[in-house]
Design a protein around this ligand. Structure first.
Ligand SMILES: Nc1nc2c(ncn2[C@@H]2O[C@H](COP(=O)(O)OP(=O)(O)OP(=O)(O)O)[C@@H](O)[C@H]2O)c(=O)[nH]1
Ligand SMILES: [Mg+2]
Length: 359
């Protein structure tokens, strides 16, 4: 591959991973700042770095990040990025370096609690559908409402998968489907493959689906079933009886084979979440801060005491809440080096947190 701007038709592998005109345009825009970067999709987020699906195959990559990057621009699973090939000091192995996160179609954000403050965490980007997986033992209408709302706010389509159909008792299925959730409820059994035909409309070629839900619900079991191979580790029942066991550690994006159920979609298997808290107004304020930050005199402005800070100017004009800027600065500090951290077991959401909708 050369540094010429590649056309989507020259990138058959990436096209299979969803690369199209929108990504080509986003790459062209990124090249104005980072000339010659090549396109790739983040296919795995690990403690010490990333794996990228490049036209030449899957390769490890680093993201230099830094303390003063934009908080919401940390590369996440599903992102399209522009990378360069960095020389190692020994001139030996070359590591890919993520230079830019390409403009996203959407972001799936939730709110996480940090001490007394909440901050946004981007769980995935460029996702068409989110499968929220639950099971008969775990069914909780209120919690599912929060998931549905969070998915809708991120402009993705929510679908509830009621897995382990073989364990359903009484009229659970009827009750689940009558619960009034603003999403289809599809009963399946990932282990036996029962009900998977119903997933077909969401698994068209080039579409991206993210699997979320508590630990032990069968996300990785479904992933393997759809892949036709045991690529993702799954837990045994005893693993889930104890406290906070998580089998899946890293977010991973797989390309599904063309099968009776899948047209070749991209599937993201995630570690278990205990619950989700919807991120809305703070999220909007954070975005506003990041947009203002582009106007700061110094590109590495911390929005503290630097002259020419557009963020502080907006606070002085009364357009931005001082406390929100404080939360933003704190969150930015915490996020430095993200992608270099393990996924931790999740904290439960606060009850009733952030229920309003952002437009
Ligand atoms: N009875 C039954 N058990 C299932 C079914 N699907 C998955 N399981 C079991 O559920 C357990 C957990 O499955 P996993 O796929 O590892 O769950 P997970 O959601 O990926 O869990 P984390 O990676 O920790 O988030 C395993 O013991 C599976 O065998 C099903 O359709 N029926
Ligand atoms: Mg798993």
């Amino acid at each position: 591959m050369t540094a010429e701007l590649p056309a989507p038709s020259d990138l058959p592998t990436l096209t299979a991973f969803g690369y199209g005109e929108a990504q080509a345009q986003a790459l062209a825009a990124a090249r104005e700042t980072f000339p010659g970067v090549l396109p790739a999709r983040v296919s795995r987020v690990e403690r010490n770095g990333y794996r990228l699906r490049t036209e030449a195959g899957e390769q490890e990559a680093v993201w230099p990040g830094g303390r003063r990057h934009k908080l919401l621009d940390v590369p996440v699973i599903g992102d399209w990025v522009g990378y360069s090939v960095a020389e190692s000091p020994e001139g030996a192995q070359q590591a890919l370096r993520i230079e830019a996160v390409l403009a996203r179609q959407n972001t799936f954000i939730r709110s996480v609690q940090k001490g007394r403050r909440t901050q946004p965490q981007v769980l995935a980007a460029n996702v068409d559908t989110v499968f929220v997986m639950t099971s008969p033992e775990e069914w909780d209408t209120e919690r599912l409402e929060r998931y549905v709302q969070a998915v809708q706010l991120s402009q993705a389509q929510p679908v509830i998968l009621l897995n382990k159909l073989d364990l359903a008792q009484g009229d659970l299925l009827e009750r689940a489907q009558a619960a009034g959730l603003d999403a289809p409820v599809l009963p399946i059994a990932a282990e036996s493959g029962q009900g998977l035909d119903a997933l077909r409309p969401y698994l068209a070629a080039g579409k991206t689906v993210a699997l979320i839900g508590s630990s032990g619900m069968g996300k990785s079991t479904l992933t393997n079933r759809l892949l036709g191979e045991a690529a993702a580790a799954t837990g045994s029942l005893s693993d889930f009886s104890g406290e906070g066991r998580h089998t899946t550690t890293w977010r991973t994006l797989y390309r599904l084979p063309v099968s009776e159920v899948s047209g070749g979609a991209l599937l993201i298997d995630n570690p278990g979440l205990r619950d989700i808290a919807v991120w809305d107004e703070e999220g909007a304020a954070f975005w506003a801060i990041e947009e203002l930050a582009a106007e700061c005199r110094f590109s590495r402005c911390t929005h503290g005491r630097e002259p020419g800070c557009a963020v502080r100017a907006a606070v002085l004009r009364g357009e931005l809440d001082e406390e929100m800027v404080g939360a933003y600065r704190e969150a930015q500090g915490d996020q430095a080096g993200a992608g270099n951290r393990a996924e931790r077991p999740e904290r439960p959401a606060r009850r009733g947190e952030k229920r309003s909708r952002r437009r």
